[in-house]
Design a protein around this ligand. Structure first.
Ligand code: FES
Ligand SMILES: [Fe+2]
Length: 341
């Protein structure tokens, strides 16, 4: 009997869909909210330095408890402000003691020379939410980090980051959520994907759907949750797991082109203060951490070796194809380029 492989006329040509631009390609990055550190890493009066996009930023908390995210390099001689110190709500450069106010403008020089008009830092739009500090790439945020149906005050979060860094862009990790073939193959989730595509709620920057799944190919606990991807940089979920209301973000810090640090922000309703409820919160955090960690661990063999390249697809890839289309056309810019490099 002839098999498909015997067909003489078949040409061996690798099919390619339109490529998705890499972060940093043509000096552009997607306009998304990226986590840049944990809230707990910047206590009042503390400054830290981090890699972000293709450069370096500083994150500090002034005595007004507000967090600022600025380009790291001082416009005087280029010292890294992470080696400076926080004074009130300003940051002082360690090299010649110029001070920059909460808007990033130089307000004072070390020896009292008038501050030059042009002496400024790049100020990123930032948010402090769900135990993370976030920075937006772009001049003006045109979308927001969404809230959960419960307020942040009602919730208790456990926040951490995962190592090692993944050698892919954040959007590659995001593309796993609409990739239902992989949810079943890699993560062993059992769910009915047949009519899911029609249920997806798309916006200009997000996609969400209701997932009703059982773990371990149907042998594990149920996960009934609203799941989705925002921009090119985070996954979020909220719903029911093991009898508890839960919410979770896995958010992806763009440490550099092709470098992603995964952060977990895991929440459940706050304890009522009793020992039993404290134990419930601690146990739920642990369950969620184990779930998040096992998902990222499942993905690692693929993500550490893949050369992500959309090729030939099937019907079950419709959601993935549409998400990749969103990423392909996502607004890109790099207004901080000159400052962070
Ligand atoms: S390099 Fe920062 S004050 Fe001189
Ligand atoms: Fe995955």
């Amino acid at each position: 009997m002839a098999t498909k492989g015997d067909t003489q006329q078949r040409q061996r040509v690798r099919p390619h869909s339109a490529p998705v631009p890499a972060e940093g390609e043509n000096d552009l990055f997607s306009e998304s909210w990226f986590p840049v550190c944990l809230s707990s890493e910047v206590s009042v009066g503390r400054v830290i330095g981090r890699n972000f996009l293709d450069g370096r930023i500083v994150i500090f908390r002034g005595d007004d408890n507000k967090v600022q995210v600025f380009s790291a390099y001082c416009p005087h001689m280029g010292a890294d402000l992470a080696a400076g110190k926080v004074i009130g709500s300003s940051i002082q450069c360690g090299f010649h003691h110029w001070e920059f106010d909460a808007e990033g403008w130089c307000e004072k020089t070390g020896l009292g020379d008038p501050p030059p008009d042009t002496a400024c830092l790049y100020k990123f739009h930032s948010r402090e939410k769900f135990g993370l500090i976030w920075a937006f790439n772009g001049d003006e945020p045109w979308w927001e980090i969404p809230d959960y149906p419960k307020t942040e005050d009602e919730l208790s979060f456990s926040v951490s980051y995962d190592v090692p860094v993944l050698p892919v862009d954040p959007w590659v990790v995001c593309a796993n959520t609409p990739d239902w073939q992989h949810l079943k193959a890699v993560h062993r989730l059992d769910f009915n994907h047949e009519r899911l595509y029609d249920q997806i709620e798309w916006t200009d920057h997000s996609m969400e759907y209701d997932l009703d799944a059982k773990l371990e190919q149907g042998d594990g606990p149920s996960l009934i949750a609203r799941v989705g991807i925002y921009g090119t940089s985070f996954f979020r979920l909220y719903g029911e797991f093991m009898g508890q209301w839960i919410c979770a973000l896995t958010a992806f810090h763009l440490l550099g082109p092709g470098q992603t640090q995964v952060y977990y922000s895991l929440g459940t309703p706050k304890s009522d203060g009793t020992e039993a409820d404290d134990a419930r919160v601690a146990k739920t955090h642990q369950l969620l951490f184990n779930l998040g960690k096992s998902i990222v661990t499942d993905d690692r063999p693929i993500l550490h070796s893949i050369k992500y390249s959309p090729g030939v697809m099937t019907k079950s890839d419709r959601a993935l194809a549409k998400y990749l289309g969103m990423v392909r056309n996502f607004p890109r810019s790099h207004s901080s380029s000159d400052f962070i490099n």
